[in-house]
Write a protein that binds this ligand. Structure first.
Ligand SMILES: CC(C)(COP(=O)(O)OP(=O)(O)OC[C@H]1O[C@@H](n2cnc3c(N)ncnc32)[C@H](O)[C@@H]1OP(=O)(O)O)[C@@H](O)C(=O)NCCC(=O)NCCS
Length: 154
């Protein structure tokens, strides 16, 4: 498994990961190339976005980390990081998410982030278990969400 920063040529494969998560009933909408480009590749507040690629060049998953500005739609405190993780069900439970978080954490440290928010659906036990395993802990529970926080140490 290779883990590297996402580039525009990864957008199609990242969309496919969203399609596969949607097909498994773990996502509300299928993939959309424009949304992938805007939210992950061209995101102006991007701190890091990493893809995990298998030996055949297929994208198994990706993880984004963006800077939280005042008034962000997630209600995250300004100056924190906001993380999102997307692993294809075809590649689940093989360490892809863990590998992605190692790269993201390096990027967070390089950037100088102190805290990272993961806002997870209250009904997404799998996502909650993953972030808990990565060291995130619940710090608020707005309607429909479980928000977990990771404290970045140098
Ligand atoms: C949640 C998700 C990112 C996990 O990715 P993954 O590549 O399967 O994770 P890993 O294999 O690195 O697992 C790391 C740890 O997370 C936990 N975990 C992962 N999948 C789990 C599951 N199905 N049930 C319970 N715990 C789980 C375990 O502690 C696991 O460690 P272990 O395998 O040594 O027990 C992936 O399933 C996913 O993208 N799901 C759909 C989208 C989503 O829910 N995103 C996150 C919330 S917004």
């Amino acid at each position: 498994m290779d883990i590297r920063p996402a580039t525009p040529s990864d957008a199609e494969g990242m969309k496919t990961v969203h399609d596969e998560i949607f097909a498994a009933g773990l996502r509300k909408a299928p993939g959309d190339i424009r949304q992938v480009m805007a939210s992950y590749i061209d995101e102006t507040d991007r701190i890091g976005c990493f893809v995990a690629v298998d030996d055949d060049g297929r994208i198994m998953g990706f993880q984004s980390l963006r800077y939280a500005r005042t008034g962000n739609p997630y209600g995250v405190a300004e100056g924190w990081g906001i993380i999102g993780t997307h692993v294809s069900p075809h590649a689940a439970r093989k360490g892809v998410g863990s590998g992605l978080f190692r790269a993201t954490l390096d990027a967070a440290k390089t950037f100088g982030l102190a805290k990272i928010d993961a806002s997870i659906g209250a009904d997404n036990a799998l996502g909650q278990a993953y972030y808990e395993a990565m060291g995130f802990r619940t710090y608020r529970t707005p309607e429909g969400l479980v928000c977990k926080m990771f404290e970045v140490s140098a």
